[in-house]
Design a protein around this ligand. Structure first.
Ligand SMILES: O=C(O)CCC(=O)C(=O)O
Ligand SMILES: [Fe+2]
Length: 362
């Protein structure tokens, strides 16, 4: 039987203390067996997923990478990046055992006692590279999101070995390393269409100068229709490689320019790829970073593991010289990538608003 609720969940201070300060997260709330969603998680109607807005007559492309050398594969990747900003890849070369192990390790980490996970919270973590938290940006949000996370910024193998939680450290590292080849190939293909034929050191720092891996945990929610797992946002990355489990719940904004949403169906062994804001800016808008969000679930706990491939924080990002060489007008200015990321985290999730930060004023 679930334990009796030990505090009034209407009391903001008590809720913050339980969820954030003690490190119980929304997983802890969920396991109290609440009958109703605490008011802090009730999202304005526009932020919830409205079932009437979900379209089922379209789906994001699924690309088979078994024949890398086939130019048709490269075309499908670039077309998907231009038209959809989102696609799934199968036969990508990352062994299914690696994917299974990082999913098991994610469950293992979130299954640890709160006090153990809390060692990695903002107030206790020995390093900024390792952060356990809940929601997206609780200080900046009017309504909280129904998600806990562990965020791991990769600095070096030594640092990862010393600082990442032992419950998931080796498996996350194996997933990150195992995805290296497919990440490089995808970027090479995407660059070729932009007339960038070689990823030299400068390009490397712009495209893949840093990596962050998140472990996301979306526990069972008493009123999923009133809240959200992750609110509408686009990623600030160059490219995101996402491993989701078999539960489902990720929605991508439709292409009609209206408020329609498309489900990304789980496919065992596949990886979801999406273009982030940094690549939209570097490609001068040719590749699209598309809004997406995650619903909460009434009956199952869901996990996902995105790898965010990012520019180096100290890199200046703007439209690549190869892209504007033919006289194309730049629509973005040069911005310091770390400023861009700071801007993203300063506010609650708000769809595509972050990219305005880099727009050249009309
Ligand atoms: O959980 C998911 O499927 C997506 C998560 C996501 O969009 C993110 O972490 O940026
Ligand atoms: Fe995302």
């Amino acid at each position: 039987m679930a334990p009796a609720v030990a505090f009034p969940t209407t009391d903001s201070a008590a809720l913050t203390d339980f969820v954030i300060n003690q490190g119980n997260g929304v997983k802890g709330l969920s396991e109290l067996g609440l009958k109703a969603l605490p008011k802090h998680y009730i999202q304005p109607e526009g932020e919830r997923v409205d079932n009437s807005k979900i379209i089922t007559n379209e789906s994001i492309p699924i690309i088979d990478l078994s024949n890398w050398e086939d130019p048709k594969v490269a075309d499908s990747i670039c077309d998907a990046a231009e038209k959809w900003g989102f696609f799934q890849i199968v036969n990508h070369g990352v062994p299914v055992g690696v994917l299974d192990r990082v999913q098991d390790a994610t469950h293992l980490f979130f299954g640890l006692p709160a006090a153990e996970k809390n060692k990695y919270s903002k107030d206790h973590s020995p390093s900024n590279s390792v952060r356990f938290g809940t929601s997206f940006s609780p200080q900046a949000e009017k309504a909280l999101e129904w998600k806990d996370y562990l965020s791991l910024f990769y600095v070096s193998e030594e640092e990862a070995a010393a600082l990442w939680p032992p419950a998931c450290r080796d498996e996350v590292f194996e997933f990150m390393k195992g995805s290296d080849v497919v990440i490089k190939r995808l970027l090479q293909v995407l660059m070729k269409r932009l007339n960038v034929n070689e990823i030299d050191e400068t390009k490397k720092s712009l495209l893949m100068g840093s990596v962050r891996v998140n472990l996301n945990y979306y526990p069972i929610c008493p009123n999923p229709e009133l809240t959200i797992g992750v609110g509408r946002h686009s990623d600030v990355s160059t490219l995101t490689i996402l491993l989701q489990d078999e539960i489902g719940g990720l929605y991508v904004k439709g292409r009609q320019g209206d408020d329609s949403w498309i489900h990304v169906p789980p496919i065992k062994g596949s990886l979801v790829i999406n273009i982030g804001d940094a690549l939209q800016i570097l490609s001068n808008g040719r590749y699209k970073s598309i809004e997406h969000r995650v619903v909460a679930n009434a009956s199952q706990n869901r996990i996902s593991v995105p790898i965010f491939v990012n520019p180096r924080p100290s890199a200046m990002i703007g439209p690549l010289p190869e892209v504007v060489a033919n006289g194309e007008k730049p629509i973005y200015k040069q911005v310091l990538y770390s400023d861009y990321v700071k801007h993203f985290f300063r506010k609650a999730h708000d769809g595509k608003a972050t990219v305005e930060f880099a727009k050249i004023d009309a």
